[in-house]
Design a protein around this ligand. Structure first.
Ligand code: GLC
Length: 723
């Protein structure tokens, strides 16, 4: 047995039952100072990990008590939410997803982990891998969008990035992936509501990102608050035992979410906290976060014979293994490396990649500085250093933020003139503050940059919205600015896709980004003036109307799919039309079947043509892979980076399959006039799905494929997987 395993077994043999249960409690310090009662708990060995210990001093105090005053000297695991940055804030995960760039996500995570480790943090609760297909849900901000392949690839990249620096001077943190499982399917987009999805969707949509992140090395999983099929995840042995450990093969630590054990009483599956502790330990929870049901009831449950001590040993063994893997016994507090300088250049690069250009009439963008004397910067998010950071920013420092206003002033003045008018007090404000000032500001400018969207607080945990249009009087502001502006450029910063449809034609150009973080301003300024390109593609569909939700590109065909020739919109229906006079297919007659903008969509500053799609074969057998080659050419006058996307459709299968499923993507840089050939490989695993099975299987038959710029266009071909 190796030295680490030996130490674990030796400790287990020495530990009292209370000390074992102590390892299973993650207590919340939530402060920079450690009070006497908390000291006493740690000194008794009653606490195994701590959440929200803020700052190195508190961490060092806690570790000194744990390692020097407790009987066995087991170090604490220090945890904190570092969802998209620590002090320096990267774009929201939803914004990073727009980049379709694993390497960038990994680099941002590595930089965030270095800052977090310098503050004494050992593990963070990220990446969030929940598939968000309902933008009313506030937590779509924290995920990687609506597609399992994109979320899996980027989630795995974030795990690698967070953990890359472990054991090095740079420092890293362990990734605790979350929330297991299907939390993104909460009913009505209401946080904490039941997860409503089929088992086939559980296995084919919500689990694949967890499989990818576990394969990437994640050693901790957080159970979801939500229930699935009537059982809260925290109390679900099928989900946490069979699915997570047997189907996905996970052998690490499973943690409850905040107070979720006690919440089993509120859900109504436990009569009291003793029963809640019993259900949770039986389901497979190893660590209880925040609540103390384990602390108060597990020892008695063991002594009463309701829980075998071997089950407690299982959890403690996993927890000690995690602490060993992190090297905590040797270095309970990572040496204080000189805190890394804020990675602002990387932040800006990531922010540039998060902007999606939705509309660019007459090539309004990029702007040409010569001849542009006055730029008006208007709107509630034009100079809002805190709001541009987005949600889940416990330690983010707004003082580091560079806003759109500050960046445009830096770039354009004194040669040019930058006027500023917030127009609204904040994003929800009703009524324009000073119409005359706004009129004058817009009227005097050669171009108006209107920065709109949501304050950070309007998305994130528990912050769901039933109406996901622009809040407050922003629609009024857009129309007013349109009347006054020669050229109107809209910039929408939000924590979710929004319904912008009624306003789209008001803008000459429109950029959208999920909150892009600390360097929002410089990224936007460079994009507006062509020093950078809007590099994003939508990671989630932009609905035409909230009534379309849930909406995503990977829809099922149904037996009566909406076809262009049979899709009649309400305004075109003749009065007195008979019952079967039109449609009879699956769509909403008032808005049609399509979102305002589809998954994968985003304009660039070039003009890319897709040509010459070639397949290595029309037929592959099991074990073979298919090579797909495509030629892309930039017919524009400016360099551009295209996100080439590969989709498939399993045309006939044992279960209905989506009309399209993303299977691969690649960013390719093209100089003006440049033509490049790209190749993708599709192997049997890429063709597999679960359906009503618990493991994915590739079924023989015909597959359609597309290579294109988003989930609706592209070059089409097909091939067969032989039986
Ligand atoms: C929250 C969230 C979870 C977070 C945890 C600790 O309630 O659901 O994502 O990591 O508590 O803050």
């Amino acid at each position: 047995m190796d030295r680490q395993a030996d130490r674990i077994e030796r400790l287990l043999a020495e530990m009292t039952l209370e000390e074992k249960v102590g390892q299973m409690w993650q207590a919340n310090l939530g402060a920079t100072t450690v009070d006497e009662s908390f000291e006493a708990l740690v000194a008794q060995g009653a606490v195994g990990s701590v959440i929200n210990a803020i700052g190195r001093e508190a961490v060092e105090t806690l570790q000194r008590i744990a390692t020097q005053r407790s009987r066995l000297g087991i170090p604490l695991l220090i945890c904190r939410d570092v969802i998209h940055g620590f002090r320096t804030v990267f774009p929201l995960p939803l914004a990073q997803a727009a980049g379709f760039d694993e390497d960038l996500v990994a680099r941002c995570a590595e930089a965030a982990a270095a800052e977090a480790a310098a503050a004494g943090i050992h593990m963070t609760f990220a990446p969030m891998l929940d598939i968000g297909r309902d933008p009313r849900w506030g937590r779509v901000a924290e995920g990687f969008g609506e597609d399992p392949v994109l979320a899996g690839r980027l989630g795995a990249a974030m795990v690698r990035g967070l953990q890359a620096g472990l054991g090095s001077a740079r420092g890293g943190v362990a990734a605790c992936i979350k929330h297991f499982a299907a939390y993104g399917a909460v009913e009505g987009g209401r946080d904490y509501a039941p997860a409503v999805c089929s088992r086939t969707d559980l296995f084919d949509v919500h689990l694949p990102p967890f499989r990818a992140a576990i394969e990437a090395g994640a050693r901790c999983v957080m159970a979801s608050f939500s229930e699935f099929e009537g059982v809260p995840a925290t109390a679900d042995p099928w989900l946490l035992g069979h699915v997570l450990r047997e189907v996905l093969g996970f052998d690490g630590v499973v943690m409850s979410d905040w107070d979720a054990v006690r919440q089993l009483c509120v859900h109504g599956v436990a009569a009291d906290e003793r029963e809640a502790a019993l259900l949770a330990i039986r389901a497979g929870i190893d660590i209880e976060m925040f609540g103390d049901a384990f602390h108060r009831h597990l020892p008695d449950l063991v002594r009463d014979g309701q829980v075998p001590e071997s089950r407690i040993d299982e959890s403690v063994r996993r927890i000690l293994r995690l602490k060993e893997w992190l090297g905590l016994f040797e270095a309970p507090v990572p040496p204080p490396p000189s805190p890394p300088p804020p990675p602002l250049a990387l932040c800006r690069e990531a922010a540039e990649r998060s902007f999606v250009l939705l509309r660019n009439e007459g090539d309004t963008l990029p702007l040409v500085r010569d001849g542009l004397q006055t730029v008006a910067v208007v709107g509630p998010l034009a100079d809002a250093p805190r709001e541009q950071l987005g949600t889940w920013i416990f330690d983010g420092d707004p003082a580091l933020s560079v806003t759109p206003l500050a960046a445009l002033r830096e770039m354009l003045e004194p040669r040019g003139r930058v006027l500023f008018e917030p127009a609204l007090q904040h994003s929800r404000a009703s009524g324009i503050r000073d119409c005359e000032a706004l009129r004058k500001c817009c009227h005097e400018a050669d171009v108006v940059v209107l920065v709109l969207g949501e304050e950070a607080i309007l998305s994130g945990e528990a912050h769901c919205r039933a109406d996901i249009t622009l809040p407050g009087s922003q629609d009024l502001l857009v129309r007013y600015a349109r009347q006054q502006a020669q050229r109107l450029i809209g910039v929408v910063l939000a924590g979710r896709p929004l319904v912008l449809t009624p306003l789209l034609d008001q803008f000459d150009a429109l950029l959208y980004a999920a909150h892009p973080g600390t360097m929002t301003g410089p990224a936007l300024a460079r994009i507006l003036f062509g020093e950078a390109e809007p590099g994003g593609r939508l990671p989630a569909s932009m609905p035409r109307a909230v009534g379309q939700i849930p909406i995503n590109y990977a829809r099922k065909n149904t037996g009566t799919p909406p076809l262009p020739e049979t899709t009649v919109l309400m305004q075109d229906v003749p009065v007195g039309a008979g019952q079967d006079s039109f449609g009879m297919t699956s769509y909403h007659m008032d808005v049609g079947p399509d979102p305002a903008y589809p998954f994968g969509f985003g304009l660039g500053y070039g003009s890319v043509a897709y040509e010459a799609l070639r397949l290595s074969s029309r037929r592959i057998t099991a074990g073979q892979s298919l090579r797909i080659e495509v030629e892309v050419a930039n017919r524009g006058k400016r360099a551009t980076t295209e996100v080439v996307q590969l989709y498939i459709r399993d045309s006939v299968a044992s279960c209905t399959r989506p009309v399209r499923e993303l299977r691969d993507f690649a960013r390719v840089h093209l100089a003006p006039g440049e033509r490049r050939s790209l190749a993708f490989e599709l192997d049997e695993a890429a063709l597999a799905f679960c359906g009503r099975r618990e493991q994915p299987v590739a079924e023989p038959g015909r597959f359609d494929l597309w290579v294109g710029p988003d989930a609706t266009g592209g070059l089409h071909d097909w091939f067969e997987l032989a039986g």
